[in-house]
Design a protein around this ligand. Structure first.
Ligand SMILES: Nc1ccn([C@@H]2O[C@H](COP(=O)(O)OP(=O)(O)OP(=O)(O)O)[C@@H](O)[C@H]2O)c(=O)n1
Length: 400
């Protein structure tokens, strides 16, 4: 029986139909949907992006798009990729390729017209599925449909060879495993990632950081991260993670689920690391995190087990950062919901207006009022002015 891709919202897009007509006006079958879009659609998920593979050479692809008035951007000419800019988004169209040689980071490829060549150079069986854009007929050269049905993430052919072509595939393996893999996982794949884990060291830190953060941002990466540790892979990407960290990651995810909190990769990363800012800063730099990410990680890492007051904490470090700390500590985040960090309702001028000379004394009083205001759970302006009057009266009585 011919297997077909289930129809989905994207398969009915008119701009995609026009793209197919432009590339293959006589229905010769020279282009197919490929990779994540096919995999995700079979799983019933909305695909992140739509990719196409074609037997046409890149120049021919570009020429046909041009004739049809579709904007074509040569995004990766060397790899044979042309990006078509459509109403509903961009589509990457890549000429079929076969591997010629590789150094573990960059493969040298040659163009091909054989779909099997193209399938054989991909990473996992579930990522090597193709669909005809008109009939939606599926093409499965490596048992990807069965693996998808059984939720098995399995390297194509010899796992070690696939990994040596690109060591990042070790981390991709775990990311897909965390997304929809089942346990027990494919034994040959696990053996290979374990054996070749040291190859991760040669990869660019950006790529490693990106993969790790994507894994940690999935709904429940905890069992996968633990498996990475057991297989000796985590030691090569996050040697700072401790056994206590793995346990805290489990707890954190339970806490997040109980609170209905969003998955945040940085918060999960913080859980894996021992508390304290120094190590967090080191890890953030190594993983090439952005400045905003570094700040948030540092605040999460500054946790000390128990947070005293949710809103006072949020006033000090920010709402999202406070939520991180509370979830890590296993404390209620409810006080933060629907609440915005308020601004102290008085200014230095209000203090000067009460006869205090501008200068350090004003700053001191301002800090005193602020401390009381926080302690009293942020009462409104009327009460804050009463606090201020009391403090000023006290200061004046002392002859200050
Ligand atoms: N190291 C890699 C990266 C990618 N691919 C192939 O290129 C396709 C597209 O890669 P990418 O966009 O990174 O992943 P998707 O499978 O689309 O998954 P997602 O975008 O959901 O992460 C993959 O399906 C896979 O066939 C590969 O073989 N080896």
């Amino acid at each position: 029986m011919t297997e077909r891709l289930p129809a989905a919202a994207w398969t009915r897009r008119e701009d995609l139909a026009a793209l197919v007509t432009a590339l293959d006006p006589h229905a010769e079958g020279n282009c197919r949907w490929v990779g994540g879009v096919v995999r995700d659609t079979i799983l019933g998920h909305a695909p992140k992006d739509v990719d196409m593979a074609t037997t046409l050479l890149p120049e021919e692809t570009a020429a046909r798009l041009g004739q049809a008035g579709i904007k074509a951007v040569p995004t990766g000419i060397a790899h044979g990729t042309i990006t078509a800019v459509l109403d509903g988004g961009t589509v990457e169209i890549t000429t079929l390729r076969r591997d010629v040689s590789t150094d573990g980071r960059h493969a040298t490829v040659a163009f091909s017209t054989d779909w099997r060549d193209d399938a054989a150079r991909r990473d996992f069986t579930i990522n090597a599925l193709y669909a005809d854009p008109r009939s939606l007929e599926l093409f499965d050269y490596h048992g990807g449909l069965a693996d998808l049905a059984n939720r098995q993430v399995r390297f194509i052919g010899d796992a070690r060879e696939r990994i040596r072509e690109d060591y990042l595939r070790i981390l991709r393996y775990f990311r897909f495993q965390a997304r929809f893999g089942s346990i027990p996982a494919d034994k040959a794949s696990e053996e290979a990632v374990s054996e070749l884990a040291a190859g991760l060291k040669g990869l660019s830190r950006e790529r490693v950081g990106w993969e790790l953060m994507n894994l940690l941002g999935l709904p429940d990466p905890a069992p996968t991260v633990r498996r990475m540790a057991e297989l000796g892979v985590l030691a090569h990407v996050l040697p700072e993670a401790t056994e206590a960290g793995l346990a805290l990651l489990d707890t954190l995810i339970d806490n997040e689920q109980a609170a209905g909190a969003q998955a945040v990769a940085l918060r999960r990363l913080a859980a894996l690391l021992p508390a304290g800012p120094a190590l967090a800063e080191q890890v953030a730099a190594r993983l090439r995190l952005s400045i905003a990410q570094r700040k948030r990680l540092a605040i999460a890492a500054a946790r000390d087990g128990e947070e005293t007051d949710a809103r006072a904490l949020a006033y000090r470090v920010g709402i999202e950062e406070a939520r991180d700390r509370l979830l890590l500590a296993g404390q209620a985040t409810a006080p933060l919901e629907g609440w915005n960090v308020p601004q102290l309702p008085i200014k230095g001028g209000d203090i000067v207006a009460r006869g205090i000379k501008a200068g350090p004394e004003v700053a001191r009083i301002l800090r005193q009022v602020e401390a009381r205001w926080i302690k009293a759970q942020f009462p409104d302006a009327g009460q804050v002015f009463a606090m201020l009057d009391e403090i000023v009266a006290h200061t004046s009585a002392q002859g200050g």
